[in-house]
Design a protein around this ligand. Sequence first.
Ligand SMILES: Nc1ncnc2c1ncn2[C@@H]1O[C@H](COP(=O)(O)OP(=O)(O)OP(=O)(O)O)[C@@H](O)[C@H]1O
Length: 211
Amino acid sequence: MATDAANGTDYSIEVRSLWKGYSQARGSVIRDLTLQVQKGHIYGLLGPSGCGKTTLLKCIVGRLRPDSGLIRVMGQRPGKLGHKVPGSLIGYMPQDLALYQEFTISETLFYFGRIFGMDSAEIKARVDFLVNLLKLPCKDKLIYRLRNWGSSDAAQNPCPALNLHEIHVAQQLHFSGGQQRRVSFACALLHEPPLLILDEPTVGVDPLLRQ
Ligand SMILES: Nc1ncnc2c1ncn2[C@@H]1O[C@H](COP(=O)(O)OP(=O)(O)OP(=O)(O)O)[C@@H](O)[C@H]1O
């Protein structure tokens, strides 16, 4: 309805006259930005590197405060007391992966599921679904990728005492960079949020997941 739209309730995201910078010396990264995203719509944010896309998304999910202007997400200001943004109203896949390296994928998804107030049965069902949907190789793999294992440079190799076979076995227990992005995507989808915000979701993933 037109009246609802005017009040912002038809919008999942509403940004008006947003200004945001990181320091006075460097000035504003976002200058007087206004945009609206209607509920049920997919919105792509395009722009050159460094123009402020991630900064805008961080303001929308409540990780950064605007210098001035208005942001409403699902009808209310992010960070407002009692409003589940940041929280269960959104699924957010950040550009920089923010996963606990010591967790397995199963532990990671249970951790986020608990934060979103899901019970064990719900989480388990979603984990099984997402592992299948995103073709995650094994729920019991650790997230951490052993970067320089196997390097001939003794200074870089974190465990030079292991032989090549042992290193190969250890690497099989861990995720690659692209697989970690799939796990991050699974975390964003886990609680079936009404609003999904993905920051460069296709970087480092194969064509199958891009589709
Ligand atoms: N934490 C920060 N402190 C200071 N400056 C920052 C910070 N984060 C980003 N910037 C600066 O703000 C500007 C916009 O960065 P932002 O990451 O929002 O751009 P972007 O459009 O998402 O870029 P890309 O497409 O390369 O990811 C850049 O000049 C960046 O250097």
